[in-house]
Design a protein around this ligand. Structure first.
Ligand SMILES: Nc1ncnc2c1ncn2[C@@H]1O[C@H](COP(=O)(O)OP(=O)(O)OP(=O)(O)O)[C@@H](O)[C@H]1O
Ligand SMILES: [Mg+2]
Length: 227
């Protein structure tokens, strides 16, 4: 596999201010993500995995350091609107909280992403249906989120993150609520889009069963990236 960096982190730190004290959640992280690779990020609870995904995914500003992505540099002073714009166009998230729209059905939740995405709008309904069927959600298209199980909601969130074919995907514990068959299915799909479309995927997980889909496994402890 050729190694073309898609995102580079240079001395990235993230501090949270909390009641006058400071939590150093990321400490001078240097790191490259390459095009078309699937990476698994492991580490104990509180190690900084969600924080790293949030900073790399441009949901949070780094406190110090720089992030290079798509010919731009992001740092503590980058305008929030610019972070939002880049995120919307190029990055997909599967996060620990699902953020589904309560008043919309499963299918409508996924369609909504197509309406605000930049991909060709033709035939998006069929694309959404196919994606949900692939995730074994074909029988729940017209249900509202409140009538779904945790694992079903998780799969709708995954469909939403993937439907616009972002070139970079961050997934925080994507298989947490899933049984082994659906977990394996997600891993296989990540592998497939990395190989076929060159999508880059960073997965934070405690789930050893996802290791089969990874090119690289990295570890974090106490805000430090170990390898
Ligand atoms: N908003 C916040 N304000 C203050 N401290 C925070 C905040 N979010 C996270 N932290 C702290 O930063 C550190 C890293 O947290 P983070 O959520 O990134 O860990 P994690 O590796 O994702 O853990 P887990 O495996 O439990 O999800 C922890 O010490 C946590 O308490
Ligand atoms: Mg976390």
């Amino acid at each position: 596999m050729s190694k073309t960096p898609i995102m580079v982190l240079e001395n990235v730190s993230k501090y949270y201010g909390l009641n006058g004290s400071v939590v150093k959640a990321l400490k001078e992280v240097n790191f490259e993500l390459n095009e078309g690779e699937v990476l698994i990020l492991m580490g104990p609870s509180g190690a900084g995995k969600t924080t790293l995904l949030s900073v790399m995914g441009l949901l949070l500003h780094p406190t110090e350091g720089k992030i290079y992505f798509e010919d731009n540099i992001y740092d503590s002073k980058t305008k929030p609107e610019f972070l939002t714009e880049t995120r919307r166009d190029s990055i997909g998230f599967i996060f620990q909280s699902f953020n589904l729209v309560k008043s919309l059905t499963v299918l409508q939740n996924v369609e909504l992403m197509c309406k605000i995405g930049k991909l060709n709008k033709n035939g998006y309904k069929k694309r959404c249906e196919d994606m949900l069927k692939m995730l074994n959600m074909g029988h729940r298209l017209n249900h509202e989120p409140k009538n779904l199980s945790g694992g079903e909601r998780q799969r709708v969130a995954i469909a939403r993150a993937l439907i616009n074919e972002p070139k970079l995907i961050f997934a925080d514990e994507p298989t947490r609520n899933l049984d082994s068959e659906n977990g394996k299915n997600i891993g296989e799909y990540f592998r497939k889009i990395a190989d076929e479309r060159g999508t880059t995927i960073l997965i934070a997980t405690h789930d050893d069963r996802l290791k089969f889909c990874a090119d690289r496994i990295i570890h974090m402890e106490d805000g430090i990236l170990l390898n």
